[in-house]
Design a binder for this molecule. Structure first.
Ligand code: SRM
Ligand code: SF4
Length: 569
C-alpha cells in the first residue's frame, strides 16, 4: 500500500525495478557473464545492493580515462553482514586473505560494525562470496531497501546482560532477513527455486527505503541509538535485563539545498519485555512498508513517515500490528559514545583490548602495519573480534596465557601506541568518500589525518587535550559517519568546501547546528581556534565541548537547517 498523501504520484523508479526483479534476481546471472564491460546494468546495480554489493568506479582515474575514451575503472564494493560486529579469528583470516587476493587489498571497518571490501573486479565478486560462505559469512541485506546490519553493544565485557542484548540483536537480524533464495542461486550456484517463494514480511517490493536497527546498553550510547530507524535501549535492574525502551524514526541523511530533507533523532514509543523484540520490530517494519513514501526516495525513510503522520498514529499502528501495549518508557541515562581502549579485565577472567583504527582502515603502510598485526593476532587468538560503531576493533576473550603474546605483537608493530593518541583522534570518524564513493562531493577519510594534525595542537594549547571530543567528517550530506551527532561535524559540499556543524551533545542525545555553511578545511580550523581557546578558559565544570558550543558559541537562533545548493564534484 502507498501512503495516502502520495497515492496519486508515480512510483519511484526503484519500485518498478524491485517489482520486476523476481525477488531480487533481475538479469544478474547473464550480466555477470558479460565480460565486455567491468560494469553491470543500472537496474541490476540497484538489485545487487540487496546482496550487499555496489558498483563503483575509481574516481581518481575518471577524468584521465574519459580523455582516453576508455571505460571507467569499474569495481565493486562488498559489505559483509555481521550483526553486532562479532567475527571469529578464522573469519578474520579469511577476510584478510580475500582482501589481498580478490580486492583492494585493504579492509574497511564501517560505522555500522562490519567489514567492507573495495576494488573487487566483476569476475572476482562470485569467488569472493563463495569463499566468505565457507567461513559462514555472507553479505545478504547488508545494503538495499531492507533491514540492514543490526548494531549491538560491542563492549566485550562478557556479562550475561550484554550477551542477552547481543542475542536479541542477532535474533532480530535473522528474523528480518529477506526470504528470497536469489543470493544463494546467483552467487553460490544453488539450485534455481522456480516460483513458490514468498517474502511474508517484506512483500515483493521490500521496503520503500533502507531500514536500520540498533541495540544499546546504557550508559554507553556507542551505537548512536537515536540515529536508528528502530532502536532498542536495554533496561537493566540489579543485573537483570528487564526489557527495552523502543525508539523509532531516527535518520541522518539529507540533501544540500533541499529543506524537506533533514536529520532527525528518534522518538521513544515505550517499554517492552524482551520476548516482544521481534514482534514489535516486525510491526514497525511493516507499518513503514505499508505507509512509507514509495514515490520519492528522498522522502522515503521511516523518519518522514513519522514526521508526516505523527508519533501517536505510528504507535497505534505498531501496537495494533504487534498485539501489545507499550509500557511507560523507563529512565535511561547515556554518558558516552566512546569505545573502551586498551586492556580491560572481564568478570570471567578473560581480558579484552580495544584498538583504535583511524577511519577503520585496515592496511599496511610504513610505520603503521595494521593489517599484518591483526592477521598475526588472528592466527593465535582464541576469543573473538568485535567491531565497534566508531570504526575500531576490540580483541575480546583474551586468556591470561595469550595476553602477553598479543601484547608482544602489538608492541612489535608499534601499535600499542595507537591508543595513546589524543582523545579527539580516538573519537574521530570519517566516511569513506573519495575515491570509491560515487556520491562524495569532497574528501573525507583521506583528509582526516591532516585535519587532526591541525586541530590537536589547538586542544593542547587550550589545556583541554585530555577531553573526549567527537569529530566526524563526511564527504557529502548523507551522513555516513553520523556527523550531525558530532560536537564538531564537517559535511562536504564541494571540493575542499564543508559545512561546519557544532554543538551536538557528546552522548548522542542532541543534534548539532550549522555554524558555517561553506568553509575550506583551513578556514574551519581558523574558526575553531578561538572557540577551542575559549572552551579551555570559560567552560563550566564538567561541560563538554558540544555543550559549551551550544551554550556559549552558537547564536540562539542557529537552527539545524539545510544549506544552499552546491556544485557537484
Ligand atoms: Fe552510508 C550511501 C558508506 C553508514 C547514510 N553509504 C552510502 C554509499 C553506499 C554510497 C552510495 O550509495 O553509492 C557509501 C559507500 C562508500 C564506499 O565507497 O564504501 C556509504 N555508509 C557508508 C559506510 C561504509 C561509511 C563508513 O565510512 O563506515 C557505512 C556503512 C555502514 C554499514 O556497515 O552498513 C555507512 N550511511 C551510514 C550511516 C551511519 C549509520 O547507519 O549509522 C548513515 C546515516 C544514518 C542514516 O541512514 O540515516 C548513512 N549512506 C547514507 C545515505 C543517506 C540515506 C538517507 O536517508 O538520506 C546514503 C545515500 C542513499 O541511501 O541514497 C548512503
Ligand atoms: Fe559517500 Fe557521502 Fe556516505 Fe561519505 S557520507 S560515504 S561521501 S555517501
Amino acid at each position: 500500500m502507498i501512503s495516502d498523501s502520495s497515492a496519486s504520484k508515480p512510483l519511484a523508479a526503484n519500485e518498478t525495478i524491485k517489482a520486476a526483479s523476481n525477488l531480487l534476481r533481475g538479469t544478474l546471472v547473464a550480466d555477470l557473464q558479460d565480460t565486455s564491460t567491468g560494469a553491470i546494468s543500472d537496474d541490476n546495480g540497484q538489485l545487487t545492493k540487496f546482496h550487499g554489493i555496489y558498483l563503483q568506479d575509481d574516481r581518481d582515474l575518471r577524468n584521465a580515462l574519459k580523455k582516453e575514451g576508455k571505460e571507467k575503472a569499474f569495481s565493486f564494493m562488498l559489505r559483509v553482514r555481521l550483526p553486532g560486529g562479532v567475527a571469529t579469528p578464522a573469519q578474520w583470516l579469511v577476510l584478510d586473505t580475500l582482501a589481498g587476493e580478490l580486492a583492494s587489498p585493504s579492509l574497511r571497518l564501517t560505522t555500522r560494525q562490519t567489514f567492507q571490501f573495495h576494488g573487487i573486479l566483476k569476475g572476482h565478486v562470485k569467488p569472493l562470496i563463495q569463499s566468505m560462505h565457507q567461513a559462514l559469512l555472507d553479505s545478504i541485506a547488508a545494503c538495499g531497501d531492507v533491514n540492514r546490519n543490526v548494531m549491538a553493544p560491542p563492549n566485550p565485557e562478557r556479562s550475561a546482560v550484554l550477551q542477552q542484548v547481543y542475542n536479541d540483536a542477532r535474533s532480530w537480524s535473522e528474523f528480518a532477513l529477506p526470504k528470497t533464495h536469489a543470493y544463494h542461486e546467483i552467487w553460490l550456484d544453488d539450485e534455481l527455486v522456480a516460483g513458490g517463494e514468498q517474502e511474508p514480511m517484506y512483500g515483493p517490493t521490500y521496503l520503500p527505503r533502507k531500514f536500520k536497527a540498533g541495540f544499546v546498553l546504557p550508559p554507553s550510547n556507542d551505537v548512536d541509538v537515536f540515529s536508528q530507524d528502530l532502536g532498542y535501549i536495554a533496561i537493566v535492574e540489579n543485573g537483570n535485563l528487564l526489557g527495552y525502551n523502543v525508539t523509532v524514526g531516527g535518520g541522518l541523511g539529507m540533501s544540500h539545498g533541499n529543506a524537506e530533507t533533514f536529520p532527525r533523532l528518534a522518538d521513544t514509543l515505550g517499554f517492552i519485555t524482551p520476548e516482544h523484540v521481534n514482534v514489535v520490530g516486525e510491526a514497525v517494519l511493516t507499518t513503514q512498508r505499508d505507509h512509507g513514501d514509495r514515490t520519492n526516495r528522498k522522502h522515503a525513510r521511516l523518519k518522514y513517515t513519522i514526521e508526516d503522520r505523527g508519533i501517536e498514529w505510528f504507535k497505534a499502528q505498531v501496537e495494533a500490528r504487534a498485539g501489545i501495549k507499550f509500557g511507560p518508557a523507563h529512565t535511561a541515562h547515556f554518558n558516552t559514545i566512546e569505545d573502551p581502549h586498551g586492556w580491560h579485565e572481564c568478570a570471567d577472567g578473560t581480558s579484552f583490548y580495544g584498538l583504535h583504527i583511524l577511519s577503520g582502515r585496515i592496511k599496511d603502510e610504513a610505520g603503521w602495519p595494521m593489517k599484518t598485526a591483526l592477521r598475526e593476532i588472528a592466527e593465535i587468538h582464541t576469543g573473538d573480534f568485535r567491531l565497534t560503531p566508531s570504526q575500531n576493533v576490540t580483541i575480546s576473550g583474551v586468556t591470561p596465557a595469550q595476553k602477553p603474546k598479543i601484547e608482544a605483537i602489538l608492541a612489535k608493530h608499534g601499535l600499542h601506541k595507537e591508543n595513546e593518541r589524543s582523545r579527539l583522534r580516538l573519537n574521530a570518524m570519517s566516511c569513506v568518500a573519495l575515491p570509491t564513493c560515487g556520491l562524495a562531493l569532497s574528501e573525507s577519510e583521506r583528509i582526516l589525518p591532516r585535519l587532526l594534525e591541525s586541530l590537536e595542537p589547538l586542544f593542547v594549547k587550550a589545556g583541554v587535550a585530555s577531553d573526549a571530543v567527537s569529530l566526524r567528517v563526511t564527504g557529502c550530506p548523507n551522513g555516513c559517519a553520523r556527523p550531525y551527532l558530532a560536537e564538531i561535524g564537517l559535511v562536504g559540499r564541494a571540493p575542499n568546501k564543508y559545512a561546519l556543524y557544532l554543538g551536538a551533545k557528546y552522548n548522542g542525545e542532541r543534534l548539532n547546528r550549522l555554524a558555517a555553511p561553506s568553509v575550506t578545511l583551513e578556514d574551519a580550523v581558523k574558526m575553531l581556534a578561538p572557540i577551542i581557546q575559549r572552551f579551555g578558559a570559560e567552560r563550566h565544570p564538567g561541560e563538554g565541548f558540544g555543550d559549551f558550543c551550544d551554550r556559549a558559541v552558537l547564536p540562539a537562533d542557529a537552527t539545524f537547517h539545510s544549506i544552499g545548493t552546491v556544485a557537484t564534484a
